[in-house]
Design a protein around this ligand. Structure first.
Ligand code: FAD
Ligand code: SF4
Ligand code: SF4
Length: 398
């Protein structure tokens, strides 16, 4: 419920910022109409705190009308406005996971697309399983902005009532999802590693207590049930080309004044020597068993010969063998290459969650009982300092 108290001084500041034209000035007082989605934007601009929004207790909410699995579509940064942005791979991974959830629930899978222009995105989104694309096109959506994107998503959710909403646990998703969750007064499970349906609810699994246990989380009293999932965690299904999604165009009245943060400059970290470990087809990783920074360099040579990227366990990073940008695992990057080679890594759960989605895992460890062998397709029990030089020699001969 939204209320305007007698503190209102009739300044009208709330009127232009409302994205849904839900405020009228009547007798020098703001009055909200039925178009209000409780997005909360007007509350932030009122200079005298005259507007209050009271949200229902979770237990008192009627959840019966909430249907459908939604996936937030994340776009890459474009060089400028004339270049079409690309849909990030994590979106396709989430659509693939979302398709399974939607089928189990017998509901639609919808992609939520906010952009300044639609470049036929529905074809790709449909190919990865979306039934519908809720499309909001507006000049103000040319780049990601927390306030503007939150406002639009909150209004879409309020109008269409999805049951499940998934975001990539990317920089953007990690910024957007909590804002949406707090605006809607619902929960959010971050960094899920598995999603399933249990008794009609979204079963969200994620590591807890430093990765020592897996926690299964249900949100029975609020909707939408919201999760973020890291890139490379969910397996992407094969696209069905020619299968296109239905586009549902949604309008939003967006004003520049909603934009509280202005981007002045963008800088890419590690420019030049950028590490693309998350998209590499081959990752050659080393752990504490490599013994020293000097010996770790053998993996650089091996990786070069294979056309791969070097990865490292946290222990190897902590020991200074490799920079943090190369760390694979729970507090590093999640990878899913075609081939993952592991040398002198024990296979702690925090490492495994970051690489278990790899197609083929080959592990070398001198301890036959090392847990890394539980996820490896091929295992070699032996000394890395003997095996790596032999591999390099053999590849050089080829
Ligand atoms: P160790 O566990 O010490 O294993 C070294 C292995 O090398 C052993 O199995 C040994 O048998 C083998 N070995 C030794 N010498 C040789 C040799 N000559 N030839 C062959 N094998 C040899 N870890 C990560 O990797 N990524 C993360 O993102 C991450 N995040 C974490 C987050 C939290 C909150 C916590 C608590 C921990 C995290 N960790 C992470 C740390 C993790 O628990 C392990 O400590 C770490 O993965 C161990 O790295 P390691 O396998 O290189 O070292
Ligand atoms: Fe408009 Fe949002 Fe305020 Fe409602 S809460 S009146 S939709 S700005
Ligand atoms: Fe009234 Fe506040 Fe709106 Fe101004 S911004 S008209 S004080 S409710």
């Amino acid at each position: 419920m939204i209320e305007v108290s007698k503190k209102c001084i009739g300044c009208s500041k709330c009127v232009p910022v409302c994205p849904f034209a839900a405020i009228n000035m009547i007798d020098k007082m703001a009055v909200m109409n039925e178009a209000c989605t409780l997005c909360g934007v007007c509350v932030q601009v009122c200079p005298v705190q005259a507007i209050t929004i009271t949200r229902e207790e979770a237990s008192a909410r009627d959840l019966s009308g909430f249907k459908g699995v939604w996936v937030y579509v994340e776009l890459s940064e474009a060089a400028d406005k004339t270049h079409p942005k690309k849909i990030k791979q994590v979106t396709f991974e989430l659509l693939s996971a979302g398709r399974r959830l939607a089928d189990e629930l017998g509901e639609d899978l919808c992609a939520i697309m906010l952009a300044d222009k639609n470049h036929n995105y529905e074809k790709e989104l449909g190919a990865y399983g979306a039934d519908k694309v809720y499309m909001v096109e507006h000049d103000e959506l040319f780049e990601y902005n927390t306030d503007i994107f939150t406002t639009v998503i909150v209004s879409l959710v309020t109008r269409h009532k999805p049951s499940v909403m998934l975001y990539g646990a990317t920089i953007q998703g990690r910024d957007l999802a909590p804002r949406v969750a707090s605006s809607l007064y619902v929960g959010l499970t971050a960094d899920c590693t598995a999603l399933a349906i249990k008794d009609g609810l979204l079963l969200q699994s994620r590591p807890a207590f430093g990765g020592n246990i897996m926690a299964d989380i249900l949100a029975p009293k609020s909707r939408p049930q919201m999760s973020t999932v890291r890139p490379n965690v969910m397996k992407m299904s094969e696209p069905v080309h020619g299968r296109s999604a239905v586009v549902v165009r949604e309008s939003a009245k967006l004003d520049k004044s909603l934009r509280r943060v202005k981007v002045l400059e963008r800088k890419i970290a590690h420019e030049g020597g950028a590490v693309k470990i998350d998209t590499a087809r081959i990752v050659v990783s080393g752990g504490r068993g490599m013994k020293s920074k000097e010996k770790f360099k053998m993996l650089e040579e091996l990786s070069k010969l294979l056309g791969g990227v070097v990865g490292a366990s946290r222990a190897a990073v902590d020991l200074g063998f490799k920079e943090k940008a190369h760390q694979v695992g729970q507090s590093g990057t999640t990878v899913s290459p075609k081939l993952y080679l592991s040398f002198g890594i024990s296979g702690a759960v925090q490492h495994i969650v970051g690489m278990k989605a790899s197609d083929i895992i080959i592990a070398v460890n001198k301890d036959a009982s090392a847990p890394i062998f539980n996820v490896a397709k091929y295992g070699i029990v032996g000394d890395v300092h003997e095996i790596v030089p032999k591999l390099i020699e053999a590849l050089k001969k080829k």
